[in-house]
Design a protein around this ligand. Structure first.
Ligand SMILES: Nc1nc2c(c(=O)[nH]1)N(C=O)[C@@H](CNc1ccc(C(=O)N[C@@H](CCC(=O)O)C(=O)O)cc1)CN2
Ligand SMILES: Nc1ncnc2c1ncn2[C@@H]1O[C@H](COP(=O)(O)OP(=O)(O)OP(=O)(O)O)[C@@H](O)[C@H]1O
Length: 183
């Protein structure tokens, strides 16, 4: 049996072993692929895109948030509540404080970008284990694209899953956007 914890640990180790240059190159490519996707979806400026501020080795970037903001989108990022549910705040390059928009704000996003350690072909997503996104994704409007950002090699054949896991509809990697599950 492959436990969630062992897959998390393996991917965390693999991310930690990347050089700064490798991470930087893949993060830049992922940023470009996300912007390609916004153009392909014909997502108009002013629409909301939910994203996240990356932890140390995650495949998001502040440059991605800035690029979305400069393209005219309202960028929402999560703020973790005491019970690990997610509140949302509006992000801007030079803003340090921002009003909390509430846990349901993610439901107004036209595109949702989520952190993950891995995703599989049917859309199962392996996160950090707090269940934060399982709760948040339950509030996303039906049909809204939900894309996990992943480095190369993190789109797996099979990810361990529990009843409460919420699927994603795509993975964005340096090589591009891959629809998964029914997405
Ligand atoms: N960038 C990002 N934001 C996110 C999440 C995430 O996975 N990534 N979350 C997803 O649910 C929520 C926060 N959940 C978290 C759960 C655990 C740890 C954690 O264990 N942090 C380690 C450092 C990890 C690292 O640097 O790689 C620590 O504090 O020691 C952090 C956030 C909401 N915001
Ligand atoms: N809707 C929910 N309300 C409260 N707790 C939940 C909910 N969904 C899942 N959980 C709890 O969250 C915990 C972690 O779940 P899991 O390991 O699937 O997290 P994850 O999806 O990998 O993490 P994250 O979404 O934070 O990145 C489980 O103990 C589960 O019971």
């Amino acid at each position: 049996m492959t436990s969630k914890a062992s897959v998390r640990a393996a991917i965390q180790a693999s991310r930690a072993s990347m050089t700064d240059e490798q991470r930087q190159a893949q993060r830049a490519a992922i940023r470009d692929r996300v912007l390609d996707t916004c153009a392909e979806l014909a997502l108009p400026p002013g629409y909301r895109v939910a994203a996240y501020q990356p932890l140390r080795t995650e495949p998001g970037s502040m440059e991605l948030l800035a690029a979305l903001w400069h393209a005219g989108y309202q960028v929402l990022v999560p703020s973790t509540l005491a019970d690990r549910d997610l509140d949302w705040v509006s992000w801007a390059p030079d803003a340090h404080f921002s009003a909390r928009l509430g846990v349901d704000a993610v439901g107004s996003a036209a595109l949702v970008l989520v952190p993950a350690f891995a995703v599989d072909r049917v859309g199962h997503r392996l996160g950090r284990g707090g269940g934060s996104y399982d709760r948040a994704l339950a509030r996303v409007a039906r049909g809204t694209p939900v894309a996990a950002l992943l480095y190369d090699g993190e789109l797996l054949d099979d990810v361990p899953v529990d009843d409460w896991d919420r699927p994603v509809s795509a993975a964005v990697q340096p090589s591009g956007w891959t629809a998964v599950g029914t997405g």
